[in-house]
Design a protein around this ligand. Sequence first.
Ligand SMILES: Nc1nc2c(ncn2[C@@H]2O[C@H](COP(=O)(O)OP(=O)(O)OP(=O)(O)O)[C@@H](O)[C@H]2O)c(=O)[nH]1
Ligand SMILES: [Mg+2]
Length: 339
Amino acid sequence: MAMMPPLAELGWSSWFASQIGDDEGDLIPLRVTEVHRTRMAALGAEGPVDIVAPHQNAADFAVGDWVLVNAAMTVQRLLDRTSVLDRLTAARDGTGAATQLIAANVDTLFITTSCNADFNVARLERYLALAAGAGCVPVVILTKADGTDDPEDYRQQALALQRGLAVVTLDARSPDVAVDLAPWCRPGQTVALVGSSGVGKSTLTQTLTGEVAETGEIREADGRGRHTTRFRALRPLLSGGWIIDTPGMRALQPSAPEGIDIVFDEITELVSQCKFRDCEHLSEPGCAVQAAIAAGQLDADRLTRWRKLKREDRASSAARAQAHQRRFGGGGTGKKKRR
Ligand SMILES: Nc1nc2c(ncn2[C@@H]2O[C@H](COP(=O)(O)OP(=O)(O)OP(=O)(O)O)[C@@H](O)[C@H]2O)c(=O)[nH]1
Ligand SMILES: [Mg+2]
């Protein structure tokens, strides 16, 4: 492998270098590998270090972030990200939605599911919208191809979900995966894994890193001794890149509406051709969406799934706007606004 400067090997680039101010020359750039409540683990040119979050609060930091620390190993500044993966969750205080950071500065998102009952096109579309909204390249990884007679059927179903999508079927335990996934694992590149629990994210991580998960990261989830990942971590790939393994997610609501428009770009395009700007694509005259369904060019189920994501997105945007109003006030009458 060609020699790279140590920081470039970690994913450092001119994007980050250009953010360092004249008065910040004494600070040390580090890449965050783990985020805990008050402290973080990081890597720099000198190797791994433990660092302290400002005000003892690491909530604003994500695995993959670049930070500048002082000589006391306290974070002074978070550098602007090239990409950020986050999702909407219920706020802890029960008031509407909050965003949860998943990872930052990720080039490629390995959207992982298995060639079995976990495979679900609606869930895959959510993950694809997450990647598109974050500005990451999506790759659908279909694990447990060794456990089905027809991995090609799963692959075809996934390929239909977004124009130009890369889909790879594999056995996560096989050393061959390094070859299949090489285009996204080059030196300095960062990939993150997302998907349900048990689909093989950590197995794939182990195959690609050559590392066996540390005991601190695993627990006996059930009588069958499954190792469930408890926290996100950035690890070096054998190929010179980086991988972020994450705990399995139950539900995913992407936070960026642009992602939905990109994944469903054939519908986005049709919508722009409807006669009425406020067309609801039900039975209005001149509806390009219904015309495409009638002509067999658009799957009605795909439209239903798009509708559901759009509806959720509208509801959560409204909830966030309301929470913002409650918190910061709007100088209004205090009355609830009626639609
Ligand atoms: N046959 C087969 N088994 C696999 C494959 N990938 C993973 N497994 C098995 O599936 C089980 C779960 O794999 P994990 O890698 O722990 O799953 P995970 O996605 O990390 O799960 P969480 O950490 O809970 O999110 C393990 O027993 C693996 O050996 C595969 O491609 N083929
Ligand atoms: Mg895991």
